[in-house]
Design a protein around this ligand. Structure first.
Ligand code: GDP
Ligand code: MN
Length: 381
């Protein structure tokens, strides 16, 4: 389960981690009232279950309540990477002297939690790790022993935390680890952890994700259903499709999770990026294919579509029929690459070859590799 910033901050505050005292608004008027209460100067922040809101324009520092209302109106009408903004958090603006990064997550490869500390906070940590790896200190924790004092010191030292901040930073790291453990989290992240004018370290942002396998231990957890927040994923769920939105440009349709995952890898290997994961499952009828395709076509990020079907109980001629009905009913502007193999593949290909495509660019491919390569090329235009 993911937690919105304000939900994570409530948990942080209860654990003794300093956070700004803000309130959530659902309308511009509410945002104005909160800013007035705070004395005018404030930050207005979109509450969506993803990061990078700042870059997307979802965070505004305002000088007075009127401006808070205006910015809240703008942010509440935004959609950030597919997530409409329903709420904004209004907080007193911090006087930032320095920004740090502090996070604990699970390193699956090492089968252990990893503590990450950096003096280059406020930025995208993945980017810092790539361009200035020496600025990101990682310390792996033994799941049974937990966080040991020397590891906290090591992380602070390697992240070049200023000497006078090592003590308060260490105390914070211990609190964050306690939250991580108690909440059965797979990620707890504070970015930025700001040094403010008063000399205190304050969690200006908060991110938390917990392990769904442990949800029975947290019946009262107040997070969000990420899928329910995303209109396209919600629609897919209603249609009974396994759909996950990703951030590339090649739309993927396949049957079976294994095949779809391999298709994602093949797209990556061909130099492209998948826009989604869509599994139509086994034995899909034309109707299911039609629903899946229309879902992908409604995503403006999709620049080409790859349909990769291995017919077992799924019949390739049913897939072709579904595809043709979409082409006839909808305005299809992106090129489509189809690779059909297995049960009734020949009939499927014949149906496609004989059909009137009305200007839609449709290419068939024999091999998996060729199909991926073509789809990536076509997505580039
Ligand atoms: P994210 O982009 O989704 O990670 O959202 P953040 O909550 O991290 O906010 C992005 C950036 O906005 C931060 O790195 C800060 O530079 C800035 N910011 C956030 N809160 C404040 C604040 O209270 N005062 C000031 N001056 N800047 C802030
Ligand atoms: Mn942040």
């Amino acid at each position: 389960m993911k937690f919105l910033e304000y939900q994570a901050k409530e948990i942080f505050a209860a654990a003794g981690i300093p956070t700004p005292r803000g309130k959530v608004a659902k309308s511009p008027g509410e945002a104005r009232a909160i800013a007035e209460e705070l004395g005018g100067k404030a930050v207005v922040k979109a509450q969506v279950p993803i990061g990078g809101r700042g870059k997307a324009g979802g965070v505004a520092v305002v000088a007075d309540a009127g401006q808070a209302e205006k910015e809240a109106a703008r942010i509440l009408s935004m959609e950030i990477r597919g997530y409409p903004v329903h709420e904004v958090l209004v907080e007193p603006a911090a006087d930032i002297q320095a920004e740090f990064y502090l996070g604990i997550t699970v390193d699956r490869a090492r089968q252990a939690p990893v503590l990450i500390v950096s003096s280059a906070g406020g930025m995208d940590i993945e980017e810092v790790a790539e361009t200035q790896p020496e600025k990101v200190a990682k310390v792996w924790l033994d799941p049974l022993l937990g966080l040991l004092p020397y590891q906290v010191r090591e992380a602070c030292y390697r992240a070049q935390v200023p000497a006078e901040l090592v003590k308060p930073m260490s105390a914070l790291i211990e609190k964050v680890f306690r939250v991580f453990k108690e909440q059965d989290a797979i990620l707890v992240e504070i970015n930025p952890l700001a040094l403010v004018g008063s000399g205190q370290l304050v969690a200006l942002d908060g991110k938390m994700e917990t392990d769904d396998n442990a949800s029975f231990r947290h019946p009262d957890a107040k997070g969000v259903d990420e899928q329910a927040e995303h209109p396209l994923e919600q629609k897919a769920k209603e249609l009974g499709l396994s759909y996950v939105k990703l951030d590339g440009e090649v739309g993927i349709v396949g049957n079976g999770a294994g095949l779809v995952m391999t298709t994602l890898d093949m797209i990556q290997r061909s130099g492209g990026r998948a826009a989604n994961f869509l599994d139509i499952g086994g034995g899909a009828q034309a109707e299911v294919v039609r629903n899946g395709l229309s879902l992908i076509l409604s995503d403006p990020a999709v620049k080409s579509i790859l349909i990769n079907v291995f017919g077992g109980i799924t019949r390739c001629d049913e897939v072709a029929k579904g595809l043709l009905s979409v082409i006839q009913e909808m305005e299809v502007k992106v090129p489509i690459v189809v690779r059909l193999a297995g049960t009734r593949a020949k009939e499927g290909r014949e149906l496609l070859a004989a059909a009137d495509l009305g200007g839609v660019r449709l290419e068939t491919a024999e091999s998996f590799q060729e199909a991926a390569r073509k789809a990536v090329e076509l997505a580039r235009g």
